[in-house]
Every structure is written in C-alpha cells, then in structure tokens.
Design a protein around this ligand. Structure first.
Ligand code: ACO
Length: 268
C-alpha cells in the first residue's frame, strides 16, 4: 500500500479493507461471514477514507469479499444491544430524538456522498447480493459493473423504512420515478440482465471476469487527463438540473478554464 489513510485496526473494526496503488484506491467490504453487512462504523470509516484519500487517487473501486457485494445494513443495528462493540441509535424500542437522528443519518450519508466527487470516478464491482444499503452503496458510485449472478434489491420499505443512504436520487435519475417506485415498493430482486436493461449497470460480465473488467474500465478512464476528467464530470453532474441555456453557459465556462490551463501549460 502506498499511503495509509486510516489505521488497519479502524478498517478491520469497520469490516473494510483499503488498498491504494497510485491513481487507484480499492475499498473492499470485508465481512464475508455476514455477507458484508454494514454498520454505522462501516459508514464512518468510508467517510474517513474519502476525506483522507491522497491527491494521486483518481479511481475508487468498491467491491465485496465472499459470496455477496453486501447484504445491506447489519440487522443487529435494529436490536437493543446493537452490533458487537458498537451502540446503535437505530435500535427499535427507542423513540428517537429527531435532531440527534438527523445528525446521525447525515453522518452515515457522508460515507456515501464523497463517491460522487468530481475529482474521482467511483466504480462498484457488484457480485451476488446488493441489498438495501448495499444497493445504495452501488448506486452512490458513478459506474457499476455487475457479475452475471448479481441481484439488486431496495429492501428498506419492506422493513418499514425508507432508503436514506443517498440512493433515491441516483435510482430515480437512472430509471425514472415510476420504475423506482415499483422497485422500492415491491422490494423485488433485480437480476443483473434486467439491471443492465434498466441502466443500473454499465456492463454485466461473468463472475470470473469482474475484476478484469473493472481494471480495464479504470485503465480506460485514466487515459483522459485528470483535469479534463474532473471538469467533464463536474459539467455532466450539473446537466440534469440545468436548462439548455444554463448548461450551454456551463460548457463555455468549463471550456474557457480548460483552454486557459492548456495555454498556460504550453507557454510554461
Ligand atoms: N445483517 C446481519 N447479519 C447478516 C445479514 C445482515 N444484513 N445478512 C446476512 N447475515 C448473516 C446471516 O444471519 C448468517 O449468519 P449465520 O451464519 O450466523 O447464520 C450469515 O450472514 C450468512 O447469511 P445467509 O442468509 O446464510 O447467506 P445466504 O447466502 O443464504 O443469503 C442474503 C444471503 C440473501 C444476503 C441473506 O443473508 C439476507 O437476506 N440477508 C438480510 C438482507 C437484509 O434484509 N438487509 C437489510 C436491508 S435494509 C438496509 O440495508 C437499510
């Protein structure tokens, strides 16, 4: 590992592994005996990884050990004792203080939000199940490559909850509100081929080809100069909320920035 941005003990307790090799950071959900179920500690550690990534990193790959990408929230988070070594503010039976819970959930969401940063391209490599928070983690990434055994499921409403880990916006952006409603309220498992048809995956490959496909995609993205990649991602992220005129103006601003930088580099 080139740079250590969070201690191995913290990662281990959070059920994560982190490897950084130059421009690529690989974050692995590493609690396979629990199908990579995640706790509050997992999301805090994810946020910390995002905050401390070396500037060299341009690609973040998220993957899971064992049979599944992630079975979602560790269900012991809803039990009075909470997960091992960790208390949970979500435990049933406690009437929550709204302000406290808002802050807690905002903290959890930080573990997901940084994956959309314009200086990074995040890729989810999903095999097996991606359920609930696991599906939302995959949705938080810019790009998703699925193994052909992948199954996606937005389970939260079936448990009496809503999806609150930043997954509803990308879901609606990708499949539209009607399909998103159907997927959320039936909590059905979406097979990889359907996920591809719905635009929830960029690519579906055989299970043993997943790692290679992710490496190929990362290498292809890295052929684009870092500053052009960043400016382009910034521009594309604005597009859905902009009118054509606003987006055209944003394109002009971004291009002026690019051409100015390139001219400075040439004259230096
Ligand atoms: N939280 C805690 N433990 C879990 C979770 C979880 N989310 N998912 C699996 N485990 C545990 C199981 O209890 C089991 O433990 P055990 O070995 O002590 O019996 C072990 O991981 C293996 O799980 P199995 O169910 O035996 O594995 P299988 O491959 O048959 O099924 C599957 C995998 C489909 C993911 C299944 O475990 C499952 O449905 N898990 C619960 C999914 C869920 O409801 N997640 C919450 C969604 S909502 C949200 O994320 C906000």
């Amino acid at each position: 590992m080139a740079d250590q941005v969070i201690t191995d003990q913290e990662l281990d307790e959070a059920g994560l592994r982190l490897e950084i090799d130059g421009e690529i950071a690989r974050v692995t959900l590493a609690r396979p005996e629990r199908r990579n179920a995640m706790t509050g500690r997992t999301w805090s550690a994810l946020a910390s990884i995002g905050q401390n990534l070396p500037e060299s990193v341009r690609i973040v790959v998220l993957a899971g050990d064992g049979a599944s990408f992630s079975s979602g929230i560790d269900l012991t988070m809803f039990e009075p004792g909470g997960p091992e070594g960790e208390s949970s503010p979500l435990a049933s039976g406690k009437v929550p203080d709204p302000a406290e819970l808002d802050a807690t959930i905002a903290g959890y969401q930080e573990g997901f939000r940084w994956l959309r940063r314009p200086d990074l391209v995040s890729i989810a490599a999903v095999h097996g199940h991606a359920i609930g928070a696991g599906f939302q983690l995959a949705l938080s990434c810019d790009l998703r490559i699925l193994a052909d055994n992948a199954q996606l499921c937005m389970k939260e409403p079936a448990l009496g909850l809503v999806p609150d880990l930043t997954g509803t916006k990308p879901l609606v952006d990708l499949v539209g509100p009607n399909r998103a409603l159907e997927l959320c309220l039936t909590a059905r498992r979406i097979p990889a081929t359907e996920a591809r048809e719905l635009g929830l995956a960029e690519l579906v490959v055989g299970g043993d080809e997943l790692e290679g496909a992710v490496s190929d995609l990362a290498a292809a993205v890295l052929t684009t100069p870092a500053e052009a990649a960043r400016a382009t991602k910034e521009l594309l992220l604005q597009a859905p909320d902009n009118s054509l005129a606003e987006q055209a103006a944003a394109e002009r601003r971004a291009q002026i920035g690019r051409l100015t930088d390139l001219a400075r580099q040439q004259s230096a």
